[in-house]
Structure formats: structure tokens, C-alpha cells
Design a protein around this ligand. Structure first.
Ligand code: OXD
Ligand code: MN
Length: 635
């Protein structure tokens, strides 16, 4: 008893000595691990206040009021509870060059490239270098500010798939968006108890008083951005950027990079994939996952309105899938997120009516344009988005912006909406099922104007892994660069290039290791909605018509005899892909595979594998490349 008392009084004394005030919640009510994490980081970052988030509505309102007061968001009165944030133009996207994985050995993180060629598959930093970089950034970085402590769960709270994280941040914008993107708040702390959690530390890197004025009221420190992952310590440290991909640590940092490491260790998969359910007119329902590089229409596919009567698409997730085989060997997936952080430009009633309905309420927009009646605007939005007589103010606050101004786009090409999944009109009834949904097909895809057919199926699992490894896609208004670059076909294996948390060679070995029984591995497909003719026009209408391709995939999942061999993989037998009512579709061109194209593709893949993965590439992948070369030669 005496002992307990003395502990209590020493705690009270240390609370008095603390240079910050706990303005919400209490440190003493927290589990020891959570508490020491907050205390340790607060001692370094030196905030004025610590605020322990509970995820309540009142708290959210307080965050919104704070953001309004300091000019970081504006209201959008045309909708219900929607907000607009305009960032410093120097802070608009993920910063791949400044994103690192910190491991003792470089090879744990990234393959040894050929002759010292710069690696593209995860960037390594040594623990010593990280310590130095950390010390140059974090000490005192929250002076004058509030450190918010956000407990969150990736996956439904309590699901065996789910993992818990804690993010410390000095950005109220991050608090508001994390509340949308994850399950956040008091329940999570209860479930966690004194268990293990992923530790995230994020700072905008602009302590008070400011030494330089803010641009657009958006605190950031774009010259010193660093997003570092330290798997050995279960920690993520992100500095200098408020933009979602760098600051919402649950998403790419935790759910993909850390998720990948955990998945390898524990025998599951953390992938950059949408999850959707498709029901055919006979009432048969299947779930599929699909991986596409950023900005290839993943969100549009995940929320597709099918053009064919009698089909239904339901959405489980649009960006990340966590998957594991159950005791029967069935692969099952959850969406670890609870919201959508989608690219706004290009979204319209034509391309994605579901997303348009989704973002009418409770949504945070970032870097879109605003209409004078309090609505949003971007390239490709429906004409009636601008009410008669209304004017447009661009994301750079240029008033009276005129449609057609190509030099200064209305919205940044990487402008986003951040909206709760629960309010998506076609969320799947099982989207929060703790056991996940059964997955029957894995789809890879890319933007390939030339050479690659609309759809093909891999010959088997190993070939499918090769198809993922060899994925390439045309760089569009590459989010990272803000557009304007020459269009190039970039390698993006598994659509994971920016998101690998460990050596890509080991990642491939992990995929290959999943095949043996009792696992019933799903069939693997590759799609390409973006093939063009010589005039550069798309050969396939895309969007809602893509259900025709999904329907063929369902037939294959049911083992229907609708496929025939081609050198690239199994393609639809004539007449087996429903194109009724589509008018003139050049099926020959859409499915043609030329020996020249395949030969060039093999040369490219060979070069990439040698340069980037080198000795770390599994033997099976060399074998698959040789098989493809042999099939091309025989043509
Ligand atoms: C994303 C991305 O933001 O892939 O989802 O870049
Ligand atoms: Mn993504």
C-alpha cells in the first residue's frame, strides 16, 4: 500500500514538472506502453499541449473549429459538413525520394542493384543516418503547438486481421482525416490494453513562433520532408509534410509498408488492391481484388456502376487489401481502412456517380477549386457542378478562374476527397466482417496504350506472380510530379513500387511460398482498359462496361471453358466476352499480341530484373521470363 502511494505521488510530481499541459484525456489513465510512447515523444517534440483523442463528434467539431480559425480549411456550404483545405503548393503529394525504410542491412530493405544503379524498389537508410536525420528535425518541432495522440485500428476493431496504431501529430487536419480513414478513438485503446501497437510520429515541422510566414496558412517544411519507417522499433517518423499520403500514417506507411513486413512474417498479404463484390444476373456473388498503379482508376472500378442489366457491384475497399488464407485454404480479405482518399479530378456522374454521391457530406476536400456558391470544382466534373452565375476560385486561390485555362488548372491533378466508407451507397454488406470476404480472383492491371490485351489469365500461380512482377504502366499526370512530364511506361510491380517495406526479391519469394496446399490460390488475371488505336483513341469504352470483363473472370473462376491459349496468357475464346450492344469494338486489335511487342517487352523486363533485382530475383521469375521469351519466339 505504502508503495502504491509513493508511486502515485511521484507520478503527480512528474506531472507537475511536465512542460506541457494535457488538455484532453489523462496520461495516468493510459496503458503503460501508450503512456510512455506519448511521454517520450512529447519530451523530444516539446509541444505546449497534449491532447488525447477519443474520436467523438464533439472532438471532431473542436478540430474543425480550430482549422477554421487558423485558416487551414474553409466551409463548403453547398454540401453537408464538407470542408476544403488548400495546401502550400510545395506540399501536394507523396514524396517518394524522401521516403525510407530503416534497417541494419541495406539488403533487408532493397535488392542489390546491378553495378550500383540507383534502386527504385524502396529506399534504405541506416539506423545511424536515421538518428542523425531525426535529431535535425524532431527536437522542439512542436513548440507552441498541440500534440494530438490518435489511437486507431486498421481493420474492424477486434478483428483477428486488424492491427492497432497510435499516431502523434501536431496537425488537426490529420486528426480529422484519420477519423474518416480509420476506426479511431477510445474503443481502440480499450481493445489494445497494454498490447503492442505501431508507433507513428508526425510533425508539420513548423514550431511557433514562425520564423517565416506560412504559405496558404498551411504549415509544412517542404525542404526537410522525411518519411521514415523503422520496422525494428515498430515506428514511423514523418516530418515536414501535411499531405495525406505522408501524414495519415495508417494508410501507405502502416497498412502497406509495415503491413507488408508483418504479412511476410506472419504468412499473409498486405497489398495495394481494391476489393469488390460482383453479383451476376443468376445471383452468384464473387469477390475479387485488383492492383493498379496510382491514378489508374482503382476507385472508379471499386465503385463501378455496371452497364449490363442484372449485375451488381458492391465495394469493400478502393486502395488496400489485407488477405490471409483461412483454415479451409480459402483466401479472405479485409479493407483495413474506413474511408476513401480518392483523386478528385476526373470524377463525375459519368465516370463515378457513386463517388459523386459519396462526397456530398462529411467529406474533406484538399486542393480542389471552389465555386462562389460553396461547391467544389475540378477538371472533368459535370458541367452542372457550376451553378448559373457562379464563379470558380482555383486551388491556388486565383479568383474568377476560367474553364479552358490549361496553364493553371482549377484543381491540382492530385487533389483529393477524403470521405467515410460507411456512407458510400454501394458499400458491401460484409465490408466490416471480421472474417473478411472470400477472394476468388486477383487482377493486376496497368495503363498500356500498346501491345497488352484487354484481359488475359495467367497459366498458373507462378506465372501470375511473374505477371505481377512484370507490371508496367504509363505514367499519367503522375501525382508526384504534378503532370506535364513526357508519358513513359514505368515499371510498377504489383502496383507496389512506392510501397514496398522490404526487399522485393523476398516479397516475390513470399508470394511464391503461398501456393502449396492447403491454400487454394485464386486465379490471377491482367487487365488493360487503356489500349489505343493508331489514332490514339481508346479501343475499349471502360468504366461501367468493364463489368463485361469481370463477368468473363467470373466464368473462369467457375472453370467455364471460355479461355484459349495465347503467348501472353489465356484470353477469351471468340464470342465468350459479351460485347453485345457496344457497337464497333475492334476485338482483333484489342486482343492482338505481336511477336515484336513481346520481344521488346521481354528485353525491358529482363533489363529491369537484372538492374533492379539482380541476385535477389527468385529463380522462378527468371524461368517465367524464359518461358515468355520462348513463347514469343515460337509465334
Ligand atoms: C494513393 C496512391 O493515394 O496510390 O492511393 O497514391
Ligand atoms: Mn493507392
Amino acid at each position: 500500500m505504502a508503495n502504491t502511494n509513493s508511486n502515485q505521488s511521484s507520478t503527480a510530481a512528474s506531472e507537475q514538472k511536465r512542460p506541457y499541459t494535457v488538455v484532453k484525456g489523462s496520461l495516468s489513465s493510459l496503458a503503460p506502453k501508450v503512456r510512455s510512447f506519448i511521454e517520450e515523444k512529447a519530451a523530444i517534440c516539446q509541444p505546449d499541449n497534449v491532447y488525447i483523442c477519443d474520436g467523438s463528434d464533439e472532438e471532431n467539431q473542436q478540430m474543425i473549429d480550430t482549422l477554421l480559425e487558423n485558416g487551414m480549411i474553409q466551409s463548403l456550404p453547398k454540401y453537408d459538413n464538407c470542408w476544403l483545405a488548400l495546401t502550400d503548393p510545395a506540399d501536394v503529394a507523396r514524396v517518394e525520394k524522401q521516403t525510407f525504410i530503416v534497417t541494419k542491412e541495406k539488403r533487408q530493405t532493397t535488392p542489390t542493384t546491378l553495378n550500383g544503379i540507383a534502386g527504385q524498389l524502396a529506399k534504405w537508410m541506416s539506423p545511424e543516418e536515421f538518428s542523425k536525420q531525426f535529431d535535425e528535425r524532431f527536437p522542439g518541432c512542436m513548440k507552441g503547438r498541440t500534440m494530438y495522440a490518435i489511437p486507431f485500428s486498421m481493420g474492424p476493431v477486434g478483428s483477428p486481421f486488424s492491427k492497432i496504431g497510435m499516431e502523434l501529430t501536431d496537425s488537426a487536419y490529420v486528426v480529422v482525416c484519420t477519423r474518416i480513414m480509420t476506426r479511431m478513438g477510445a474503443d481502440v485503446l480499450k481493445t489494445l490494453g497494454d498490447g503492442e501497437f505501431v508507433r507513428g510520429l508526425h510533425s508539420m515541422g513548423r514550431p511557433l513562433p514562425l520564423t517565416k510566414p506560412l504559405v496558404n496558412n498551411w504549415p509544412c517544411n517542404s525542404e526537410k520532408i522525411m518519411v521514415a519507417h523503422i520496422p525494428d522499433k515498430n515506428e514511423i517518423a514523418s516530418f515536414g509534410s501535411g499531405y495525406g499520403g505522408n501524414s495519415l500514417l495508417g494508410k501507405k506507411c502502416f497498412a502497406l509498408r509495415f503491413g507488408g513486413i508483418l504479412a511476410k512474417r506472419e504468412g499473409w498479404l498486405a497489398e495495394h488492391m481494391l476489393i469488390l463484390g460482383i453479383t451476376n444476373p443468376q445471383g452468384v456473388k464473387k469477390y475479387v481484388v485488383a492492383a493498379f498503379p496510382s491514378a489508374c482508376g482503382k476507385t472508379n472500378l471499386a465503385m463501378m456502376t455496371p452497364s449490363l442489366p442484372g449485375y451488381k457491384i458492391e465495394c469493400v475497399g478502393d486502395d488496400i487489401a489485407w488477405m490471409r488464407f483461412d483454415s479451409e485454404g480459402q483466401l479472405r480479405a479485409i479493407n483495413p481502412e474506413a474511408g476513401f482518399f480518392g483523386v478528385a479530378p476526373g470524377t463525375s456522374m459519368k465516370t463515378n456517380p457513386i463517388a459523386m454521391k459519396l462526397v456530398q457530406s462529411n467529406t474533406v476536400f484538399t486542393n480542389v477549386a471552389k465555386t462562389s456558391d460553396g461547391g467544389v470544382y475540378w477538371k472533368g466534373i459535370d458541367d452542372d457542378a457550376v451553378s448559373p452565375g457562379a464563379t470558380i476560385t482555383s486551388w491556388k486561390r486565383q479568383e474568377n478562374w476560367q474553364p479552358g485555362d490549361k496553364t493553371n488548372p482549377a484543381a491540382h491533378p492530385n487533389a483529393r476527397f477524403c470521405a467515410p466508407a460507411a456512407q458510400c451507397p454501394i458499400m458491401d454488406p460484409a465490408w466490416e466482417d471480421s472474417a473478411g470476404v472470400p477472394i476468388d480472383a486477383i487482377i493486376f492491371g496497368g495503363r498500356r496504350p500498346k501491345g497488352v490485351p484487354l484481359i488475359y489469365e495467367s497459366f498458373n500461380w507462378q506465372h501470375g506472380v511473374f505477371v505481377g512482377a512484370a507490371m508496367r504502366s504509363e505514367a499519367t499526370a503522375a501525382a508526384e510530379h504534378g503532370g506535364g512530364k513526357k508519358k513513359m511506361i514505368m515499371h510498377d510491380p504489383f502496383a507496389m513500387r512506392p510501397f514496398f517495406g522490404y526487399n522485393f526479391g523476398d516479397y516475390l519469394r513470399h508470394w511464391l511460398s503461398l501456393e502449396p496446399s492447403p491454400h487454394k490460390v485464386p486465379k490471377i488475371f491482367h487487365v488493360n482498359w487503356f489500349r489505343t488505336n493508331d489514332e490514339g483513341e481508346f479501343l475499349w469504352p471502360g468504366f461501367g462496361e468493364n463489368v463485361r470483363v469481370l463477368s468473363w473472370i467470373m466464368d473462369r473462376v467457375a472453370n467455364k471453358d471460355v479461355a484459349m491459349e495465347s503467348p501472353i496468357g489465356l484470353i477469351p475464346k471468340p464470342g465468350s466476352l459479351n460485347v453485345e450492344g457496344l457497337g464497333d469494338i475492334d476485338m482483333k486489335e484489342l486482343f492482338s499480341v505481336s511477336p515484336e511487342f513481346l520481344r521488346d517487352e521481354c528485353v525491358e523486363i529482363d533489363k529491369y530484373f537484372k538492374e533492379q533485382v539482380n541476385e535477389d530475383l527468385p529463380r522462378e521469375m527468371w524461368q517465367e521470363l524464359a518461358n515468355l521469351q520462348a513463347r514469343a519466339k515460337k509465334m
